[in-house]
Design a protein around this ligand. Structure first.
Ligand code: ATP
Ligand code: MG
Length: 587
């Protein structure tokens, strides 16, 4: 056995899992599917029947000149055609309904799923890549779910029923027409392989294109200020060009399929006419039967052409479904124990014990054997040079990821024994870069507490020194903040973020450069009102500006992921170490 055989086996297995996973989505709609399949069967029978009666009708009306048959045609055929219309509508409608329903469920699951994944997933994946899967790939899956059963059942049934009629009319001719099938199979098989490869490559490029769009849209100020437009456009064009050629490779194969089938059909038709002409003149076949046969052949032609497209849809759909399935298969890196402990309330004690951490994408260790304790109610400050690991500590506390070795505990509970939702419900966070959602001011604040009242929101905004500028806005708290909150200044955004954290009244408040964009007066006002509202709770604050942290109970000075000094502002100044150096440089 060679490697190739093995990989083919693996491929088959992979294919099996993929199809099975997709089937799980379609399963709830099996009743509707049965209805659709029944109407497809009806349609196939009607199409066969129409061809079947064509011969006798031609014979009766035009050759034998029987008028009663003409009456039958005028009365009977409309009924059959109406039935055919109803069957066609029913199966097309039901299949698009199922396709949409399946995709709606997958979309829902995707949205749910990405919310359950750990931060680590977002480090690895670009948002535009995820987006292109959700939009573009899902579209391909929808079209596959909708059309493949139509082509595979309706058209296979139609072709089968027509073949039956053709065999009945003249089995020798029917055998000749059957020759189309193996030839078509081989041709379409070869094209299918090409399509699959090309569609995989073009799917990836769709992600690349939406990434470039997103980057330029979000970074437009930098693009303009640095005259980066031409370079950005040039780079985009390269991607766009290669998307064009990859997609054309897919489309070339797709475009080949139809005409090739048509050509093969034409060849067979010539053979049928040749044989038919000879058979009629030899008296072995009636003209009526011959026309009926040719009509059957033409009726089979559209469904056969669809069967050629079946492969294209299947290849595209499978390649796309695989990309979606990859996301659905992602598992959170942060594991929640099966029976997480319950935190009724917290005193707010934080304990780091020999914590080591390294980001998966990096070699260097970010935190080295870090141990410290923050007592309940203490205001602790983390200071240290950029890149020394302060934000990493905050994120570890939120359990965005776990330490490699060592442990972190709150009130003596190891974070790994707690549910992340439970843990985070006791923590408040103001991040280094303020994230505002495309929603009203009010709702941007109530993210911290969805059931908060107007009064609570106003109180939190006042404490964050935000009430005045919110009130001055045209719609006050109902003002909608634009995409990424671009209508606000850096300091205003920060104050909203602080209000959002305060309203939650968390037992532990984590402030990562939360007041870096505020002027000193506003910073002091915010600090004292935080103290008033959250007095007695644990606060961990990160700041570069040392005036921000001088009132902290204890200051932890970090250097390259290690704790260099600890103490109050006065103690650290007296010590004459790193902190004093930093302080003197700032004043
Ligand atoms: N998601 C990440 N993946 C890989 N490395 C990271 C990631 N986030 C941070 N790092 C690296 O880890 C180190 C510590 O980063 P961290 O953000 O904790 O520093 P910091 O002390 O908060 O710095 P600053 O004061 O500039 O905010 C840095 O060297 C940084 O480059
Ligand atoms: Mg930081």
């Amino acid at each position: 056995m060679s490697d190739m055989a093995l990989s083919r086996q693996e491929q088959k297995k992979r294919f099996g899992t993929l199809v099975k996973a997709l089937f799980t989505y379609a399963k709830p709609y099996k009743f509707r599917f049965a209805q659709a399949a029944a109407s497809m069967m009806l349609l196939a029978v009607i199409r066969g029947a129409v061809v079947y009666i064509l011969g006798p009708v031609i014979q009766g009306v035009f050759v034998d000149k029987k008028l009663e048959i003409l009456t039958l045609v005028v009365i009977g055929l409309p009924v059959i055609f109406a039935l055919r219309m109803a069957a066609e509508y029913t199966n097309a409608y039901l299949m698009s309904w199922i396709g949409q329903k399946v995709v709606q469920q997958i979309r829902d699951d995707l949205f749910n799923h990405i919310h359950r994944l750990s931060i680590e997933f977002y480090w690895r994946k670009r948002s535009s890549d995820v987006m292109s899967r959700v939009i573009n790939d899902l579209n391909n899956v929808q079209s596959a779910v909708q059309f493949i059963p139509l082509y595979a059942i309706r058209d296979v049934l139609t072709v089968t029923s027509l073949l039956g009629v053709l065999f009945y009319i003249n089995w020798r001719f029917a055998l000749v027409s059957l020759m189309i099938l193996p030839v078509a199979g081989i041709v379409l098989g070869i094209l299918g392989k090409k399509m699959r490869r090309a569609s995989e490559e073009s799917n990836i490029l769709v992600g690349e294109i939406s990434h470039k769009f997103q980057e330029s849209l979000q970074g437009i100020t930098v693009v303009k200020a640095f005259n980066y437009e031409d370079e950005a456009i040039r780079r985009f064009r390269a991607t766009n060009d290669s998307y064009f050629s990859k997609t054309m490779r897919y489309l070339r194969a797709t475009a080949m399929a139809g005409p090739l089938m048509e050509f093969l059909g034409g060849m067979i038709l010539i053979a049928v006419i040749y044989l038919g002409g000879k058979a009629i003149s030899a008296g072995a076949m009636t003209t009526a039967n011959f026309f009926s046969f040719v009509a059957g052949f033409f009726t089979a032609y559209m469904p056969l052409k669809n069967l050629a497209n079946l492969n294209a849809k299947l290849q595209l759909g499978l390649a796309s479904w695989e990309r979606i399935h990859q996301i659905l298969e992602e598992r959170p890196a942060v594991i929640v124990t099966s029976k997480p402990g319950n935190l009724a309330g917290l005193d707010g004690k934080i304990e780091f014990r020999n914590v080591n951490y390294k980001y998966p994408s990096r070699e260097t260790q970010v935190l080295k054997d870090l141990s410290f304790v923050i007592n309940p109610g203490e205001v602790a400050a983390l200071v240290g040079p950029s890149g020394s690991g302060k934000t990493t500590i905050i994120h570890l506390l939120l359990r965005f990821f776990d330490p490699l070795t060592g442990s972190i505990a709150v009130d003596g509970h190891d974070l790994r024994d707690l549910g992340t939702t439970d843990l985070r419900s006791h923590l408040g966070l103001v991040t280094q870069d303020t994230i505002l959602f495309d929603d009203t001011v009010f709702r941007n604040i109530t993210i911290g507490k969805p059931d908060a009242s107007r009064e609570e929101v106003a109180a939190a905004a006042k404490a964050a020194d935000a009430h005045a500028f919110i009130d001055a806005m045209p719609q006050g708290y109902e003002t909608v903040l634009g995409e990424r909150g671009i209508k606000l200044s850096g300091g205003q955004r920060q104050r909203l973020a602080i209000a959002r954290a305060i309203i939650k009244k968390p037992e532990i408040l984590l402030l990562d450069e939360a007041t870096s964009n505020l002027d000193t007066a506003s910073e002091q006002a915010v600090q004292s009102s935080i103290e008033k509202i959250l007095g007695g709770r644990t606060v961990v604050m990160v700041a570069h500006r040392l005036s921000t942290v001088r009132n902290a109970d204890r200051i932890f000075v970090l250097k390259k992921g290690e704790l260099a000094e600890t103490g109050s502002h006065q103690e650290l100044l007296a010590k004459g170490g790193i902190y004093r150096g930093l302080y003197e440089a700032q004043t």
